[in-house]
Ligand binder design. Structure first.
Ligand code: GMT
Length: 381
């Protein structure tokens, strides 16, 4: 098949999934065209079947706002025509699904549109009444719509009420990159590099540091854990909340045990250094970084928000606490960090469970079948 993919190319789980899916499709013999405003940040391999088409965002002085969506739609239509695309896969309802619909009209071709909902496009924008009609239009105008969790699918049905079926297709990680292999050595080296004693326990979180991530709760939980356990908290990433969080850490007198690591390319080494991954968000459709950490052997504690409880089987592959209940998160963390047998048992169960449920082979085939069902192509069965 000839497949077009549009996503936000910047750091973020949706861009990661779009990119890894494109790479896997190319490896399975399909022709893949990324149509994005920049080279997707995880696209770090060359493959003869992967092509990148960058949009130039016009910045003419007559425009108060550069017309990203229209420029993108125009570029997608160009690629549809030039490369005879059969499917375009748009990541995010707004604006990308709408760009896809526009592009199809511009091209005059019967290209099939698949839209994947990732979270913020529904759980944040869906509350903005000025966007609800646009989101519904993007969903209903797509040929197929997927959501990355059942939680996100239900929220979309409730908030947007589209006249459209939505299929859940979970996220996956690239197992060649995220795995437990060499964990002990990497852990040792990272601790040495960060000047940490080898017996210190490490808790971590990574995200774009927005308020919906409730990183305050992670810091409050850590303040309790720190009283019982020799430990550090590593916060990887950056965003609008960073400065406020630094002040909170200072006010709790935790500066010497909270590391603000900033944006990192090699996030895998941080997963491997860590004993626990904390994700206590207010809204979270899936938590792809958490799944990456789990593949690297790090046991998660997550909140009950969105799809996190679909990724963690509470009590078997990590723990779930009610959103906002950082005290329970601390209790669970202390239990895991003081009982090696419990930790090991949970880690083993977790690795088996995610291998069975989120393996890239399984998920990529689900997308491939969806594409095929739209194009009527049976030659790939
Ligand atoms: O909204 C964000 O936090 C970024 C967004 C993205 O573009 O990566 O993340 C969303 O999509 C990811 C990939 O499907 C999910 O793993 C994240 O849970 C989801 N974020 C939210 O729902 C807040």
């Amino acid at each position: 098949m000839k497949i077009g993919i549009t996503c936000y190319p910047t750091v973020g789980g949706s861009g990661v999934i779009a990119t890894e899916l494109g790479i896997k499709m190319a490896e399975r013999g399909h022709e893949v065209h990324f149509i994005t405003s920049n080279v997707p940040f995880r696209l770090n391999i060359s493959h003869p079947s992967i092509h990148i088409h960058q949009t130039d965002i016009n910045d003419y002085s007559v425009f108060k706002y550069p017309p990203y969506d229209i420029t993108l739609a125009s570029k997608i239509s160009e690629v549809i025509l030039e490369h005879e695309l059969e499917v375009i896969h748009m990541h995010y309802a707004v604006p990308h699904a709408i760009c896809g619909i526009l592009a199809r009209q511009m091209s005059g071709r019967d290209v099939k549109i698949v839209t994947t909902l990732h979270g913020t496009d529904i759980t944040v924008l869906g509350y903005d009444l000025s966007l609800v009609n646009a989101i519904r239009f993007g969903i209903e105008g797509s040929d197929a719509v997927t959501a990355v969790s059942d939680g996100l699918k239900s929220q979309t049905m409730e908030l947007i009420c589209p006249d459209k079926d939505i299929e859940t297709i979970y996220n996956f990680v690239e197992e060649q990159q995220f795995n437990i292999f060499n964990r002990a050595n990497v852990k040792h080296d990272m601790k040495a590099r960060y000047g940490l004693a080898q017996n210190v326990k490490v808790l971590m979180h990574t995200s774009n540091f927005r308020n919906i991530k409730r990183i305050d709760d992670i810091i409050y939980a850590f303040a309790i854990i720190k009283q019982k356990i020799d430990s550090v908290l590593v916060l990887v990433g950056d965003g609008p909340e960073t400065n406020r969080l630094r002040l909170l850490v200072r006010s709790l007198d935790l500066e010497s045990s909270v590391i603000f690591a900033g944006q990192q390319n090699d996030v895998k080494s941080f997963y491997m250094m860590s004993d626990l991954f904390l994700l206590l968000s207010q809204k979270e459709s899936f938590g792809l970084a958490m799944l990456e950490a789990m593949h690297c052997g790090t046991v998660p504690i997550g909140s009950s928000a969105g799809g996190i409880s679909e990724v963690i089987n509470d009590g078997e592959t990590g723990y779930i606490v009610q959103t906002g209940d950082y005290e329970s998160a601390a209790i669970r963390a202390i239990a895991l960090l003081t009982d090696d047998e419990l930790y090991k048992e949970m880690q083993n169960g977790m690795l088996q469970n995610i291998y069975d449920r989120f393996h890239s082979d399984v998920i990529v085939r689900e997308y491939e079948s969806l594409y095929k069902s739209l194009t009527g192509d049976i030659s790939y069965e």
